[in-house]
Design a binder for this molecule. Structure first.
Ligand code: SAH
Ligand code: SF4
Length: 457
């Protein structure tokens, strides 16, 4: 969500003449877009802000702004605590940002704007702010009304509100024209998309997106298990562009913990929904979020989480130690779990999940997977090569969201450009978080990117 919001920040500021730079020292304006979901994210934001002090000393006219959820939560306190910050703007102040930046540039004032508004902000479509991307995020709704007891989102992002389907479709069409082939639709709980406003259902929205010509893949996140509808489960079976992966955060395998988290589902319901998903689309990948050490979580509760992980055999898991958040009710709950115990549980959970990562990835060795190439692999080194390879290492994802790295014979010289190509890869090796493959044949590209030859068979 912050990636998407940062793009919107760039969009509203570009009419003022601002452009992105990779060199903080060259910047006239630095915006720190913060996340408050866990204590760690907030600490990271403040330590990054701390490192900007030197830049401001060297260049006093530099404008530094802090936006996002930490800004929404702390407001003016940030201006009081950190003397070199010029601007604090909340999650619903993006449309007022250009005015604030201009004011500060002209009058050298300091501004805090954390006003919430019940309306959704739509930015007029314009030139894309980031070019050359193959995959992009698109927010379909903002805020959240669920009030899970550990969560800060409803307080810092406000009430749930959905965008009109027409605006979403137009935005995606515009992205496709620039070469985007995959979109990930974003919402805290996509299942309640449009309900309040009487718009179409999320599944109906997916059908509309599925019809967009030139778009290759659709993903979405996040669906709360309590509202995962049959209609959405069948969308995985029926919509050819919808990828075979769902992120379905379970948080805990214990009914008593789920109850105190206010998640409004049981482990039985979760297991039932994952069964139905696998029946609708055999081979669907399921990933999840788990919080360990929620207040009052007993050894038995935690054992039930481990048991659920064994039953579902997740493809991947994001694991978090519980942390108290401002305004979130669980911060007041008794039975806080000490840090070392949370850490122990986290390590046990990670170890168990690694077994299933390896098992699920190993099962793909010998199969052929269609991947969308989205860039160079992390280990890619265009000069010397690494891992004994002297050529270009590319990376792409399967429909099930597995990362596949490979070297392509035709691009060993580094001349060929596979970015955005859809190619079949034979999986040869499985690692914990990625796969290694070899291109087997090359499909002609139905969608040509401007000025590029398709990767000829
Ligand atoms: N809307 C999504 C979750 C968004 S937050 C959903 O309901 O599934 C992303 C993840 O951060 C959550 O799934 C949860 O696992 C984690 N998280 C949120 N608040 C947390 C807290 N206080 N401590 C630890 N993890 C937290
Ligand atoms: Fe937070 Fe729960 Fe809303 Fe997800 S559904 S954003 S965890 S309150």
């Amino acid at each position: 969500m912050n990636v998407y919001d940062s793009e919107q920040i760039l969009r509203v500021l570009s009419p003022l003449g601002y452009e992105i730079t990779s060199f903080p020292g060259a910047a006239d304006l630095i915006i720190v877009n913060t996340c408050a979901i866990r204590g760690k994210a907030e600490q990271k934001a403040f330590s990054f802000i701390g490192r900007l002090a030197g830049l401001k000393r060297k260049k006093p006219e530099l404008i530094i702004g802090v936006g996002g959820c930490v800004a929404q939560q702390e407001g003016r306190k940030i201006l009081e605590k950190i003397h070199y910050i010029d601007l604090v703007f909340g999650t619903q102040a993006l449309n007022r940002l250009p005015g604030h930046v201009m004011d500060i540039a002209v009058r050298r004032c300091r501004i805090a704007d954390i006003e919430m508004s019940p309306e959704i902000i739509e930015f007029s479509p314009g030139a894309p702010v980031v070019n050359g991307n193959i995959t992009r995020f698109v927010t379909v709704m903002r805020g959240c009304d669920n009030y899970c007891t550990y969560c800060v989102v409803p307080f810092v992002r406000g009430r749930e509100i959905s965008r009109e389907p027409e605006n979403i479709i137009n935005e995606i069409r515009g992205l496709v024209e620039t070469g985007v082939q995959e979109v990930t639709l974003l919402g805290q709980n996509v299942n309640s998309y449009g309900k309040k406003e009487g718009l179409c259902s999320f599944s109906a929205l997916l059908k509309l997106v599925n019809e967009i010509e030139g778009l290759f893949r659709i993903r979405f996140t996040t669906s709360n298990p309590k509202d995962l509808s049959e209609e959405l489960i069948f969308a995985f079976r029926d919509l050819e562009k919808l990828c075979g992966h769902i992120h379905l955060p379970v948080q805990s395998g214990s009914n008593s913990v789920l109850k105190r988290m206010n998640r409004k589902y049981t482990r039985e319901l979760y297991l039932d929904k994952t069964d139905k998903l696998r029946k609708a689309l055999p081979g669907i990948a399921i990933s999840s979020d788990v919080i360990v050490g929620f207040p009052g979580e007993t050894d038995k509760d935690f054992e039930e989480t481990l048991d659920l992980v064994r039953k579902v055999e997740f493809d991947s898991l994001f694991t978090f130690e519980y942390s108290d958040r401002t305004n979130a009710p669980a911060a007041q709950f008794s039975g806080k779990i000490p840090g070392n115990e949370k850490n122990k549980r986290l390590r046990m959970l990670l170890e168990l999940q690694e077994y299933y990562n390896a098992k699920n990835n190993r099962a793909l060795v010998g199969t052929t997977e269609l991947i969308l190439v989205d860039g160079f692999s992390k280990k890619h080194n265009p000069v010397n090569g690494q891992d004994g390879f002297s050529g270009v290492q590319w990376t792409g994802r399967t429909s099930t969201n597995k990362i596949v790295n490979f070297v392509d014979a035709d691009t060993l010289s580094g001349d060929g450009n596979l970015l955005g190509k859809r190619i079949d890869v034979m999986i040869e090796k499985a690692f914990l978080h990625s796969l290694w493959g070899r291109p087997v044949n090359v499909k002609p590209m139905p969608l040509k990117m401007k000025g590029e030859e398709s990767y000829a068979a």
